[in-house]
Ligand binder design. Structure first.
Ligand code: NOJ
Ligand code: CA
Length: 706
């Protein structure tokens, strides 16, 4: 329901606004805690401010654009018209962290026009929610700005008032797989990360950060900056002015053109977002990003079922097996010269083992990486176009038989498309590749974009690639295929509009623990991720490593958490596809903790964040759709801590059989990661529980209705 009413119809003359605050427009969130002020200054420059509980959190921040060939659009404006409206509706997630989402905001639309020639129009729309603010620019149809526009920079400012404690990764145009840093805003130094041993590609041209970037103030205010509905535009990094505590949009560019975004008028930009709460848990419960996206355009997507999956995957990262088979490319053809090295992972036999294990353990899918020809010329090769195809199997992988066997056992095969960032090759093959999947009844693909983008000069997060990722997802939907991209574009809530965009990487995932030269993800990694990257959408982190040290494969690498924390991640880190990433033999040797993976849900009716502090710890409870069972997960950083849990979220008059998987007395992520204690008790709504989390530890609880 959208109620629209015009609060003001003003034509503010250039001279009438000599007192900048006189004609200020204000719009407040439904609960009145957040207020946005908008005005233009003496030079006709548009600016806004944001208040939270009557305190300014974003001070005078200017807005505008620069273009190639035409004058900038950032001053000399008059306000032609303004309107506000209230919207309050509930929509349903086909799969997700919750079933029903309240979409409740107040909108302010400002129609600006340049006072003198060329008298162009620009609209700015603010939507103010109880959990934050979104605003975007709208370029309406007009005679003085027509056809294609070439944006060289968007000048959106976020002028902050405090030297916030900031959780950030560098504004890399190519990759999100950096560790998070915790510093004051004034101490951000992204350029120190310009070179990184473990990243396939990295480009950090400015002292900027990628989003979501999360900040905590001395009075407890929590802010997170990001964007929503990134469509046909470049990703936005935020340039940091450490002296003036100011963030400014810096769009990802391309070496191939002299602009950053090309659009045809009329068009709208993505939403610029600020999530604002007075505590950390509310940030995680915020639905601002999905709410700012358009409703579902695909209709019924029940062909995709949220699921747990295993796969031919961790064994390659450990070096137990390989993606490639050992073929040679002769005259543009892959040839089996009979010199195969014998370490190939994706064999019919191996995949069948994963199918058997999955069928036994309530796991719905098996991912198979390294099934198709081309892996011999993957990482490190300049010329990657035309190398992979997405229909030709290696000689030891019988796809017909694997799919048949999976069907017999009730297990789906998850397709894998490593594009190696050779975008032209992939784009040409989208139809063929997805048609093959359709033929086999495969409804999910994990795609990958490792390496420098081809064509050379493009970056993973520029407009060219935004369009590649979105095109692939929209095309996939035509074939009833759901997409889980790695090395993806950032999540901006598009899963609401295209619910076949199910999950993605876009962070330092579990794989780094297998091979990173810096010792892997430190224990604080995921307690930061939960309040940063996870605010943007589902994460394919691939949890569940039981053989934490894996010395038999890699002496110098390990997972830096306890086993109990690996279980907790199934609840804490949200994704509708959740991998049980370890090797079958490591699970079979540990049937008791495996029980949690077997039981845990993947599709939720409700999510409740019970406690947490950014970078320290977090506990999340989720109620499974259909069964009504609850699952709770809690994780800690490098510090041990005691948490008091309450269960007021449970149903009235209902007893739940709880299995608690917690760190043992001597558990420690490094000294004793496998020490786990499992106990069964009954829990009710008024129960209380004290849990101790080890250093790098965690706990998981399943609560089944008795
Ligand atoms: C990087 C992905 O993150 C990883 O999961 C995958 O195994 C490799 N690329 C190969 O595609
Ligand atoms: Ca990756």
């Amino acid at each position: 329901m959208k109620i629209k009413f015009i609060i003001l119809f003003i034509t503010i003359g250039f001279f009438s606004c000599s007192d900048a605050d006189k004609n200020v427009l204000e719009v407040k969130s439904p609960d009145s805690k957040i207020a946005v002020n908008f005005n233009i200054d003496n030079e006709g420059k548009p600016f806004y401010k944001v208040k939270f509980n009557n305190n300014i959190v974003v001070d005078t921040s200017y807005l505008g654009f620069e273009f190639k060939d035409v004058p900038a659009l950032n001053e000399n404006f008059i306000i032609k018209n303004t309107s506000t409206s209230i919207f309050n509706e509930t929509w349903r997630m086909p799969w997700g962290e919750q079933l029903d989402v309240a979409d409740n905001y107040t909108e302010l639309k400002i129609e600006l026009q340049e006072e003198t020639s060329p008298e162009r129009f620009l609209n700015i729309v603010f939507k103010v929610y109880d959990d934050g603010v979104g605003f975007r620019y709208e370029f309406p149809e007009q005679s003085r700005l027509r056809g294609d526009v070439f944006i060289t920079e968007e000048h959106t400012e976020f002028n902050l008032k405090e030297d916030y404690k900031t959780f950030w990764i560098p504004g890399d145009w190519d990759i999100y797989e950096h560790l998070y840093n915790t510093t004051n805003l004034s101490e951000i130094d992204a350029l120190q990360f310009a070179n990184h041993n473990d990243l396939a590609q990295t480009y950090i041209p400015e002292n900027a950060v990628n989003t979501p970037v999360t900040m905590v103030g001395s009075d407890g205010v929590h802010l997170s900056f990001h964007e929503a509905a990134l469509i046909d535009y470049s990703g936005m990094t935020l340039k940091v002015d450490t002296k003036n505590l100011n963030l400014k949009s810096n769009l990802v560019g391309s070496e191939n053109v002299d602009y950053k975004v090309k659009r045809t008028v009329p068009f709208n930009t993505p939403w610029r977002t600020i999530q604002i709460t007075d505590n950390a848990p509310d940030l995680v419960e915020s639905n601002l990003i999905v709410n700012l996206n358009e409703p579902n355009k695909l209709g019924d997507v029940s062909w995709f079922k949220p699921m747990k999956y295993t796969g031919v995957w961790w064994e390659m990262h450990l070096g137990k097996s390989s993606w490639d088979y050992g073929m040679e490319m002769i005259d543009d053809e892959w040839v089996d010269t009979g010199k195969a090295h014998g370490k190939h992972g994706a064999t019919t036999e191996n995949v069948k083992e994963f199918i058997d294990f999955s069928a036994k353990n309530n796991i719905g899918g098996v991912l198979v990486e390294g099934w198709n020809t081309g892996w011999e010329r993957w990482i490190g090769f300049e010329d990657r176009e035309g190398v992979f195809d997405f229909v030709t199997t290696y000689p030891d992988y019988d796809i017909d038989e694997v799919v048949r066997y999976g069907k017999e056992k009730g297990v789906d095969i998850i397709m894998h498309h490593e594009t190696s960032a050779a975008t032209e090759t992939y784009e040409k093959q989208l139809d063929t590749a997805y048609a093959l999947m359709k033929k086999y009844g495969m409804h999910a693909v994990k795609s990958g974009y490792v390496g420098k983008i081809l064509p050379k000069g493009e970056y993973h997060h520029g407009q060219y690639m935004v369009n590649q990722y979105n095109k692939a997802a929209i095309k996939a939907a035509e074939y009833e295929v759901a997409v889980n991209a790695h090395e993806p574009i950032k999540a901006t809530g598009l899963r609401r509009t295209y619910p076949n965009i199910i999950s993605r990487e876009g962070l330092r995932g579990q794989e780094f623990n297998a091979w990173a030269s810096d010792g892997g993800n430190p224990p604080e990694h995921l307690p930061i991720v939960a309040f940063t990257r996870m605010l943007s959408g589902p994460i394919d982190f691939t949890p569940g490593i039981f053989n934490i040290k894996f010395d038999e494969y890699k002496k110098d690498n390990q997972v830096n958490t306890t086993l109990a924390q690996q279980l907790a991640l199934y609840v804490v880190i949200y994704s509708p596809v959740q991998m049980a990433a370890d090797l079958v033999e490591h699970y079979e040797a540990n049937p008791e903790p495996l029980q949690f993976i077997k039981d845990v849900g993947v599709d939720w009716e409700r999510t409740k964040v019970l406690n947490g502090e950014v970078g320290d710890y977090v506990t999340i409870a989720r109620k499974e759709r259909e069964t009504g069972n609850w699952f709770v997960g809690g994780i800690s950083d490098e510090n041990s801590r005691v948490l008091e849990l309450e269960f007021s979220f449970l149903d009235d008059n209902q007893t739940y059989e709880a299995i608690i998987y917690k760190d043992g007395k001597n558990a420690h992520w490094n000294d004793n990661p496998l020490d786990i204690k499992i106990e069964k008790i009954d829990i009710k709504k008024d129960s209380k529980l004290t849990v101790k989390l080890a250093e790098g530890g965690g706990f998981a609880i399943s609560l089944k209705k008795t």
